[in-house]
Design a protein around this ligand. Sequence first.
Ligand code: KIV
Ligand code: ZN
Length: 516
Amino acid sequence: MRKIYLFDTTLRDGEQSPGVNLNTQEKVEIALQLEKLAMDRIEAGFPAASPGDLAAVDAVARAVKNATIVGLARSREQDIDAAREALKNAQDPCLHLFLATSPIHRKHKLRMEKEQVLETAEAAIRYAKKYFSKIEFSPEDGGRTELDFLCQVVEMAVKNGVSVVNIPDTVGYLTPYEYGNIFKTVKETVPGIEKIQLSAHCHDDLGMATANALAAILNGADQVEGTINGIGERAGNTALEEVAMALATRQDFYQANTGLVLTEIARTSRLVSRLTGMPVPGNKAIVGANAFAHESGIHQDGVLKEKTTYEIISPQTIGLKDSKLVMGKHSGRHAFREKLIDLGYDLGEEQLNIAFAKFKELADKKKEVSEEDILALIEEKLTSVTEAFVLEEIQVSYGNHSVPVAAVRIRTEEGDVVVETASGNGSVDSIYKAIDKATREEVQLTDYSIKAVTDGKDALGEVHVVLVQNGISVQGRGVSTDILEASARAYVDAINRLLDRRKTVGEGRTDKIQLI
Ligand code: KIV
Ligand code: ZN
């Protein structure tokens, strides 16, 4: 059985998803969960992008002990120096150098001839070799590079002693056949190729990211790069949970496996979704809410008779629990704490008290509180963003023949209480206008979605919003048995994230990394 190494870039390529901005604490939290998942390599960021990015990579490098920590760098000395600084405390550091090689990038972006590209990359690798024993080199847009030139670039990288060569399908353009063929050709023709590992890095613009990564494995790739939940630039990256489960489920075919602790997949997916604010679509493979749901009568009948009729993976494999029904209003603090530990949350006293109070409030409204309810509740409370504004009260007057009016009471970080009212085009619009007045923030709402956490009329509603202000885009999430309250909470959460984000941009952190 071949071992396939997994290289997670949730904190770098994943963070390039529109509207996603993780602070250092959130990056460390995700990295520690990736360590529990037994991820081989974690790309923590792009240190040269800004002092904030450098600090975040440094924090991840100090926190994680059992994975290689990777820092991205353009083929320039100052980028390599920034990565050296950021990775100096890593147990096992790796530099990820890249330079575009395709004709389109050479002509329009770099304005370099082939020779110059080779020389620039070689000089960067040589410089980096003085400081790093592990280097990965990526010919960016390798998928659209002339195959003979790509082989020349790979040969140069091998000769100069890199450990890994990654061949990215940067724009998600290739078919599995074409992408697999690149790996086959490189393997067969580049002298010394057996000394290094080959890596696949795919984007999902044509929905091929996982298929292409698997094609690369079949043609000799030793490593696959990707993100949790497939988040990333544009349509996203290869979803690593999909690759891990494809290999685990079809070992008979691939004859390869990863070292992931599969039972940590569901938890990692939830964490990434919560901290990035990016909901996982219900029909997403492996980690979507419907991935194990059987709706049609024929399927349900089959599964009841024999699970394997329609189920190729058991939900327990990725760490989902069997019993969903848990607690009610008579459940005590101790049992609640035990349940949280069982769900992977060992909270400190203060957070536990807040979560327990929320749970009691919910148990008064809902007869049965499920695991999903508890997770939705506590995950809303576990924010690492300073709460500059806390929503204390909301009132809405609505009638289908009258103009809706909302009043909100908001407490500021300084302890002031602000009460504002507003009317608008519907209840949610009125609430949002009242919050705008109370917080004195002018924002644009670019996305709003709502979903029920569980079944039933008394289900918790979870609202997700995206707000934009001066080019900065942030996400927010709110949960309540009342969807208007959930809407207000999501909006206030997003405004708090916006203020947090403004601080980091002010500290010199770029809003989005430029890979040029
Ligand atoms: O997609 C891409 O080409 C990248 C490189 C920086 C490896 O993310
Ligand atoms: Zn990429």
